[in-house]
Design a binder for this molecule. Structure first.
Ligand code: SF4
Ligand code: SF4
Length: 330
């Protein structure tokens, strides 16, 4: 349910999505080149989940933004394509691979030198300034923020228009997976959606329901479906002390490993937000333990994310890099 401007509540698909004749419209809060993803992110208002830890609650749980049609989204994508500096192959139409290229320090542009963690893969001409800082612009358009993927026709129409209008653009959906039924995946495939960044928020169904307000019953089956249908998949899970810790993260990793051990997997550190503003963030060694537990499952591409949350001093960073290696830091 989304809180409307008059204080009433309406389902997200009836308040932040609409269709007039043949034209779809979506309420969005913003759209720009985002960091650290290094792609064009469309921040949507309205969501089918009600997560206690939502970091975008001010527009995913509230009617907040402006209306755009799928045609207007395609025009934005064309404009963005004009500034693209990195042309990724489809299997890298992910968030996971962004930090292989750049750590967003901006030093190559500002000082003409390289930051300590720079992967040294980009020329400084490929690093551009966006509202969230320096980095490359990759040929990916992503839907993020809220999520009404349960209304797959909108996303299929948007993807089709974006891909028709652009010369070489991938379409990624960042999703909780709730809307990814087999039928909806068919619709999304027909529109040309390329990849999913699937946020599996908990393995335990009871925890999931308390944390997100709904079941995860079919979300746990989604990785296999996504891969079988030829989409690119990456998975993330959030380490939330007292809610989602190593035991559940390992179960999610096992589920992903059973589909394909190469699937990129990110363990993100929670930071206090919304209705979990009194819950602490994980500590450095808790995150390192989670990393090694996931690696032990056999997943080959694993990173830790939101590292600034648990590595706050130079000494923390030195310990982190010594323990997991630079390539494991997302
Ligand atoms: S799925 Fe994402 S946007 Fe939606 S309520 Fe949960 S955290 Fe917020
Ligand atoms: S490419 Fe430039 S901005 Fe990116 S990490 Fe290297 S020095 Fe920093």
């Amino acid at each position: 349910m989304v809180e409307m401007e008059d204080g009433s509540f309406k389902p997200a698909c009836r308040s932040t999505l609409r269709r007039e004749g043949e034209v779809w419209y979506r309420l969005i809060k913003a759209a720009h080149l985002s960091r650290p993803e290094d792609y064009f992110s469309i921040y949507q208002s309205g969501c089918n989940h009600s997560c206690l830890k939502c970091h975008s609650w001010d527009f995913s749980k509230r009617y907040n933004g402006f209306w755009v049609s799928t045609g207007e989204l395609a025009e934005m994508a064309v404009e963005y394509e004009g500034i693209v500096t990195v042309w990724e192959p489809r299997n890298r139409a992910t968030m996971f691979h962004a930090t292989d290229l750049c750590r967003h320090c901006g030093m190559c542009v500002v000082y003409g030198t390289r930051g300590k963690l720079c992967p040294r893969k980009l020329a400084k001409e490929q690093v551009v300034l966006s509202p969230q800082g320096y980095g490359p612009a990759r040929n990916i358009v992503s839907f993020t923020g809220g999520d009404v993927v349960c209304q797959a026709d909108f996303y299929a129409d948007a993807a089709e228009k974006i891909k028709d209008a652009c010369s070489n653009m991938w379409v990624l959906i960042e999703t909780n997976g709730y809307g990814l039924t087999p039928k909806n995946l068919d619709v999304l495939a027909s529109g040309g959606v390329d990849s999913f960044w699937l946020d599996i928020k908990a393995y335990d169904e009871e925890v999931y329901r308390r944390l997100c307000g709904t079941t995860n019953e079919w979300i746990l089956k989604v990785p296999e479906l996504i891969v079988d249908m030829g989409f690119v998949l990456e998975v993330l899970t959030l380490y939330i002390p007292g809610w989602v810790e190593v035991d559940q993260i390992v179960k999610i990793a096992e589920l992903v490993h059973n589909v394909n051990p190469e699937i990129p997997f990110t363990v993100l550190a929670f930071f206090p937000a919304y209705k979990l503003s009194n819950t602490r963030s994980p500590k450095l060694l808790e995150m390192v333990n989670a990393y090694f537990a996931v690696k032990k499952v056999g997943l080959r591409n694993v990173k830790l994310g939101n590292c600034g949350v648990f590595a706050r001093t130079q000494k923390d960073w030195d310990i982190l890099i010594t323990l997991v290696g630079q390539e494991a830091i997302g």
